[in-house]
Design a protein around this ligand. Structure first.
Ligand code: DC
Length: 223
């Protein structure tokens, strides 16, 4: 059976997950957040106090990690060896760690395999860094979102403050720059637009405007 795949890639803080969730709900597709999978791998090493920047150590434990997704009230929940870690993976430490484990080929292979299995079973809107280039090079629609890092830091700060979390603009900006650099310059499947991706710069747009813009692109493509 043919399943439809909508790939949404772009850097940290560009609004991928919020936008992808909204699109998934509009088109009745399943939303898959692949960043959550890299974050879950990072969490495993952080909890075990293992050095996640050490490739040999990371690879020697990879088979002990089982990741699964379950949808509860329509929301993606992620499980690490049977434990729901959906909320635990949103700390700054896990953000940095996820970008570090993501440079390791074995980690990427494991997660790309899982992502492809999910996409073969159902229609998906999948967000990440390499969905259009590696996971689904044959995706029906590929979008690559961008916005300046200052704008992304501003949005991330507002989001954190809304959740009652302490946030400093300078720290957030630095973390975004670190991840941009790390994600874009890694050897394996770096963050970069597929040659046939549609570029959407949303620096000047509200969330509503971006969703509307992309919704129309997808409708046109899926006709
Ligand atoms: O989307 P996010 O910020 O939750 O992703 C966390 C990290 O995981 C990101 O810095 C890089 C990595 N990642 C990746 O390499 N490939 C993906 N498809 C998704 C995320």
């Amino acid at each position: 059976m043919k399943t439809y795949k909508i790939a949404i890639d772009g850097p940290a803080g560009v609004g991928k997950s919020t936008i992808a969730k909204r699109l998934a709900s509009l088109f009745h597709f399943t939303y898959v957040d692949t960043g959550a999978m890299y974050r879950t791998i990072a969490l495993y090493y952080i909890e075990k106090r293992l050095p996640l920047e050490n490739e040999e150590v990371v690879l020697s434990h990879l088979n002990d990690i089982e990741i699964s997704l379950r949808y509860i009230d329509g929301m993606q929940n992620i499980f690490l060896n049977g434990k729901n870690v959906t909320d635990l993976i949103r700390t700054p430490e896990v953000s940095t760690g996820s970008s570090q484990v993501a440079v390791i080929g074995g980690v990427r292979e494991k997660l790309v395999k899982l992502q492809r299995e999910i996409g073969e079973k159902q229609n998906v809107v999948m967000d990440g860094r390499d969905i259009g280039t590696k996971v689904f090079p044959d995706a029906d629609v590929k979008l690559f979102l961008t916005a300046t890092c200052e704008e992304r830091a501003k949005r991330r700060m507002a989001e954190m403050r809304e959740k009652g979390m302490q946030a400093s603009y300078d720290e957030i900006l630095e973390s975004i720059r670190f991840r941009d650099e790390n994600d874009s310059n890694r050897k394996i499947d770096p963050l970069k637009p597929a040659s046939d991706a549609i570029m959407v710069d949303n620096t000047q747009d509200t969330l509503e405007q971006t969703v509307e813009r992309i919704k129309n692109i997808i409708k046109e493509r899926l006709k």
